[in-house]
Design a protein around this ligand. Structure first.
Ligand SMILES: Cc1ncc(C[n+]2csc(CCOP(=O)(O)OP(=O)(O)O)c2C)c(N)n1
Length: 682
């Protein structure tokens, strides 16, 4: 093959991708074929990584937001020597292979984040750049840059069309994240059509308006032009970069280049042959990697991996000069908690008037943040309502930005060492960025909004669960108890919808002390996201000398108070604000000689993890009269109350009126609980 070594490498990437898709008879060959030159330049001249240590903390991050082009990433990971043998490439999209249809974090070494739902990766990259900027600002010292890396990404038409990318781009531009560099695969084709039918805005102008640095490269095969654009992007330090790269989907395929047929199905045996011929490539064998291509990649990669060796030297110097900071950084990167991290978490005295769990949460979060430098986050423009500001711990903003009006500032420093993220009214962008922050490492991210708007970030929450990321969501205004804002703001099906996401832990604490335990569980949960559902309205702080300790929350459900004999006539279950209803209902029932056990059940997921023995001890399946009370959709509760049990829930939308009135009208009163309990016993 009479081709330059660059060309041979690029055609190897193309043909590996084509062959893998063809063998699997499924997948997306077109994007990898068009993007091969850009990926080649990026991996051989720019990215700093070490395939032998994929989790090296200061590596550059790479996000393939267009996850359908996964074969591009797998080809690169294989050629650059990650632990991804050719057998895995041949096993693309097969059961238990490490080359799944879309890139999956944790499954494939070198894959930083799970992508596939378009736009999410774009937002993850923004979160990674936020994490890098924070850790750099906190731990670097003049002459000692211990954290200093870039976040690169490849984004597609689909990514840029999705709303989540618009939110994330707007945020990144505002934050002046200069170390974020995206290559946009401008191939003018998406899954079902030419972008002439769908996507004709001036993308460069749009990103300029977001205050991004944009460049256009007209020829996606021009390695020098790609190189120059990436160099210029590196030099731009106060704006994220978008390089609009004109590529051709299915490049080299005589019949399918520039058509949407190249997007999502194998080229076909005959077309693969013709394409290889066109590229000056032998038809056989499939999965051909010429020896000189192997040698070239090996040589290049060993040079690139030098970066880690140099970093280790810098690390040793850093440890000598700043031993305390170095220790903190190491433990933060490992995800270890400092000793006594929860010692300052308040406990709350019994109080019949009580406190909203969102308010308790604010006090607890403030105490935790003082001990945990890795805990950073904020809300989607709702801090005054969600109590998620960290007072005096700084605002995460570019040090370059001048503010004429700093209302809403949390106080403390302005800069990338600020712990308060002002996400703006961008729930979905926030969700995607939180995932990127968690995936980056060194951060425990939290994000907050009203429970009703969890719907706006649900796709990101699902991915956090899929990726096993320890993101914390603070969802306040968790029921019709919200009141006057009315049905648009009153969650009904949101709790159940969140519980439906596998691996997500949903916790709806009953009072201030349960909230303190819930936060501990959330901090400790480093491989599962946790959603806290908190009240807007006051709830009584239970007297724990009369009721079981709030520690019981760790088990998901626990007996607050039992029938005197331990043999109740009825079991009452409730979560969150409704726990106080069953507490009083128990007293009323006792007046009528009915013995009730009351169970606080803040988390189904935590409860389901307990032994059968424990679960039976709490629910007593032999007792058929079981009543659950929750101000949300009753769906799912019969699993706990049984076929003969009953649920007081809500299967309609809420209403606009004061919260206590809406609660009363929809049946959340002690007398209604008592009435339904007695009905069950009859
Ligand atoms: C949120 C979301 N919606 C829809 C899809 C299905 N889908 C996969 S790729 C794609 C469009 C592909 O167009 P483009 O992003 O331009 O990629 P290219 O065809 O250039 O590879 C669509 C609609 C998806 N993956 N994610």
């Amino acid at each position: 093959m009479n081709q330059s070594i660059d060309q041979l490498c690029i055609n190897t990437i193309r043909t590996l991708s084509m062959d893998a898709v063809q063998k699997a008879n499924s997948g997306h060959p077109g994007a990898p074929m068009g993007l091969a030159p850009a990926a080649y330049v990026l991996w051989t001249r720019f990215l700093r990584y070490n395939p032998r240590n994929p989790s090296w903390a200061d590596r550059d991050r790479f996000v393939l937001s267009a996850g359908h082009g996964s074969m591009l990433l797998y080809s690169m990971l294989h050629l650059t020597g990650y632990d991804l043998p050719l057998e895995e490439i041949k096993n693309f999209r097969q059961w238990e292979s490490r080359t799944p249809g879309h890139p999956e974090r944790e499954l494939t070494p070198g894959v930083e984040t799970t992508t596939g739902p378009l736009g999410q990766g774009f937002g993850n990259g923004v979160g990674m750049a936020i994490a890098e900027a924070y850790l750099a600002a906190r731990y670097n010292r003049p002459g000692c840059e211990i954290i200093n890396h870039f976040t690169y990404g490849i984004v597609s038409d689909g990514d840029l069309m999705e709303g989540v990318a618009a939110e994330a781009a707007s945020l990144a531009g505002h934050l002046k994240l200069g170390k974020l560099i995206y290559l946009y695969d401008n191939n003018r084709i998406s899954l079902a059509a030419s972008t002439d039918l769908t996507f004709t805005e001036d993308r460069a102008a749009r990103f300029e308006a977001y205050r991004w640095h944009t460049q256009t490269v007209d020829d996606g095969n021009d390695l020098d032009a790609i190189d120059r654009a990436l160099q210029a992007a590196l030099k731009e330090t106060t704006r994220p970069s978008l390089i609009l790269l004109r590529t051709h989907i299915g490049y080299g395929s005589p019949a399918k280049q520039d058509t949407f047929e190249a997007h999502g199905s194998p080229l076909g045996e005959a077309e693969v042959k013709l394409t290889k011929q066109n590229l000056g490539w032998p038809a056989e064998p499939a999965f051909l990697i010429p020896d000189n291509v192997r040698a070239h990649f090996n040589e290049t990669v060993s040079k690139r991996a030098q970066a880690e060796a140099e970093w280790k030297e810098r690390s040793s110097a850093y440890e000598r000069k700043f031993p305390e900071l170095a220790r903190e950084l190491e433990s933060v990167l490992r995800g270890n908690m400092p000793d006594g991290w929860d010692l300052e978490v308040p406990s709350f005295p019994a109080d019949a008037k009580g406190m909203a769990t969102r308010v308790a949460s604010g006090k607890i979060l403030t105490a935790l943040a003082l001990k945990l430098p890795m805990l950073i986050g904020g809300s989607a423009d709702l801090n005054p309502s969600t109590y998620t500001a960290l007072p005096k711990l700084g605002d995460f903003e570019s040090p370059q930005r001048q503010f004429s009006d700093n209302q809403g500032s949390a106080g403390g420093s302005w800069g990338y060492d600020g712990r308060n993220l002002h996400f703006g009214v961008r729930e979905h962008g926030m969700g995607a960025a939180l995932n990127g922050m968690a995936a980056h490492g060194g951060i425990i991210p939290f994000g907050s909004t009203f429970l009703i708007f969890s719907d706006y970030m649900r796709p990101s929450i699902r991915l956090a669960a899929l990726m096993e990321l320890g993101v914390i969501y603070v969802f306040t205004h968790d029921s019709i108890g919200v009141g006057e804002d009315g049905p648009t703001h009153q969650p009904i099906e949101q709790l159940v919808a969140l519980r439906a996401i596998p691996r997500l832990v949903v916790i709806r604490p009953a009072d201030a002390n349960e909230t303190a335990i819930a936060w501990r569980v959330a901090i400790e949960s480093r491989d599962r996201p946790v959603a806290l559902a908190l009240t807007r309205q006051n709830v009584p702080t239970l007297d724990r000398t009369k009721f079981a300790a709030a520690e019981g929350l760790r088990k998901g459900a626990y007996i607050l108070a039992d029938a005197p004999s331990g043999k109740p006539d009825i079991v009452l279950l409730a979560t969150g604000s409704e726990v106080s209803l069953i507490v009083t209902a128990r007293e009323k029932l006792a007046e009528q000689k009915v013995n009730a056990r009351i169970v606080s059940m803040p988390s189904w997921e935590l409860f389901d993890r307990q032994s059968r023995e424990y679960r039976d001890a709490v629910l007593s399946p032999a007792i058929r009269a079981r009543l659950a009370v929750e101000a949300g959709l009753p769906l799912g509760w019969h699993r706990y109350v049984g076929d003969n049990g009953d649920v007081i829930g809500i299967d309609r939308f809420g209403a606009s009126a004061p919260g206590n009135v809406v609660m009363e009208k929809l049946g959340f009163t002690v007398s209604h609980v008592v009435e339904r309990a007695l009905a069950l016993l009859r």
